[in-house]
Design a protein around this ligand. Structure first.
Ligand code: PRP
Ligand code: MN
Ligand code: MG
Length: 182
């Protein structure tokens, strides 16, 4: 019998409806800020897939999308901040307005690296949109222009976020029960 994946959560932090409402608010800001300008959304695989899909469809603004895959910094829990490109963009960033779309800023190391990497490619602008941020886990300061929610430093899954590649398809964001990962 298939298991209900919501049953592996101890708590739902952000409901589907809250995500939808907040993303719509962010889209109105983005539309105003980029009025009359081109906009390239860059999603970071794989966690950003859900937020990219919903954000892009909520936007009433002509956009293009591209994707990058970067290595997480190994399997250890201690991150080195060294990131490797597994799949690069297909798009030339010269003169483009780039909005990086991420599911979560945890330590901030991935985005810190990505930001300077993309900025070195001659874009007109580079900004960040992230659904979630864990302020208590930050190891570097990241300037996020469009932020969904600050959340506590807990093991969260859902809406793109995984544990061992699972739970990405949960519609809400929740706290994973410790017995699942310990
Ligand atoms: C997760 C998440 C962010 C990053 C945030 O990706 O989707 O991209 O970690 O962590 P940081 O702020 O500490 O750098 P992950 O490397 O797990 O890959 P995934 O998106 O494929 O799950
Ligand atoms: Mn990711
Ligand atoms: Mg992951």
């Amino acid at each position: 019998e298939p298991r209900d994946i919501e049953g592996d959560l101890t708590e739902i932090l952000i409901e589907e409806e809250q995500i939808r409402t907040r993303l719509a608010e962010l889209c109105r800001l983005i539309e105003t800020d980029y009025a009359g300008r081109d906009l390239l959304l860059v999603g970071v695989l794989k966690g950003a897939v859900m937020v990219m899909a919903d954000l892009a469809r909520e936007l009433v603004h002509p956009i293009t999308m591209d994707w990058m895959a970067v290595s997480s910094y190994g399997s250890g829990t201690q991150s080195s901040g060294v990131v490797r490109i597994l799949k690069d963009l297909d798009t030339d960033l010269l003169g483009r307005n780039v909005l990086i779309v991420e599911d979560i800023i945890d330590s901030g190391l991935t985005l810190s690296w990505l930001l300077s990497n993309l900025k070195s490619r001659g874009p007109e602008s580079v900004e960040i949109c992230a659904l979630l941020r864990k302020p208590d886990a930050a190891r570097v300061d990241i300037d996020v222009k469009y932020l969904g929610f600050d959340i506590p430093n807990q093991f969260v899954v859902g809406y793109g976020l995984d544990f061992d590649e699972r739970y990405r398809n949960l519609r809400s964001v929740g706290v994973l029960a410790p017995h699942i990962y310990s």
